[in-house]
Design a protein around this ligand. Structure first.
Ligand code: PMT
Length: 218
């Protein structure tokens, strides 16, 4: 039997203002890379779509490097139909500057109010076109009302699973080696995964989803 195919996004996106300035966020890619390594070790055929990070590429994983939300969307849209599981850990910037200046904007001419455009919601669009047998997993990065917001995103984006994480704490979520998450399925059932290294969190998430996938397949 052919291995299952898993598409994972990781890291931040960068939205350039001019050649020396951009808007981004503190995602390090650690959570997404840990999931990619674990999925590979579980025998998946893995493709990792990665924003700019300082991590080395996992062996045995196809890595496609992207920068902006629009770049990431183009790659994921091209790949989506060919994958069984799609996991979006990327911290995609919701907005981008309306235009990218070709040359560095002099300090004294920098606008006080930067005009912004809304980026597409990549995951929401995937939820609209997902096939019955595809598994779609989102992450919710929240600073307050963590579980309520995650449940809302699960429904709005038509996901099979969402992983809620509280990014208001400094020792988990963005950039840290550890995380503490709640995995929620499409029936709204919550499974709390206590604080551990992201490799352990990745293993627990993937094994829970795999178990449910096997139960549904047989
Ligand atoms: O990279 P690390 O340093 O290890 O940190 C891990 C993490 C905190 C980035 C990760 O665990 C996490 O929470 N990722 C999701 C970050 C995020 O963008 O959350 P959100 O609640 O804004 O978005 C919800 C979901 O929609 C996410 O799956 C996101 O990938 C997706 N999304 C968001 C905006 C957008 N324009 N397009 C999207 O597809």
């Amino acid at each position: 039997m052919l291995p299952l195919k898993c598409l994972i996004s990781a890291g931040p996106t960068r939205e350039w203002i001019d050649p020396v300035r951009f808007i981004s966020n503190p995602s390090s890619g650690k959570m997404g890379y840990a999931l990619a390594k674990e999925a590979r070790d579980m025998g998946f055929d893995v493709c990792l779509v990665s924003g700019p990070v300082e991590l080395s590429k996992p062996k045995g994983v196809e890595v496609i490097e992207v920068e902006s939300a629009l770049n990431m969307k183009r790659v994921i849209d091209e790949k989506f139909n060919f994958y069984d599981w799609v996991i979006m850990t990327a911290a995609v910037c919701d907005h981008r500057p309306k235009s990218r200046n070709k040359i560095k904007i002099p300090k004294d001419q920098f606008p006080e109010n930067l005009l912004m455009s809304r980026n597409p919601d990549i995951l929401k669009e995937l939820g609209e076109k997902k096939r019955e047998n595809q598994v779609l997993v989102g992450f919710a990065a929240e600073t307050h009302m963590v579980l309520e917001s995650a449940h809302k995103k699960l429904k709005q984006k038509k996901l099979d699973w969402i992983v809620a994480n509280d990014v208001s704490k400094t020792n988990q979520g963005f950039s840290s080696d550890q995380n503490e998450v709640t995995l929620i399925n499409s029936d709204g059932l919550e499974n709390q995964i206590s604080r551990a290294d992201k490799s352990v969190i990745a293993k627990e998430i993937l094994h829970a989803i795999h178990l449910s996938w096997l139960e549904k397949a047989h």
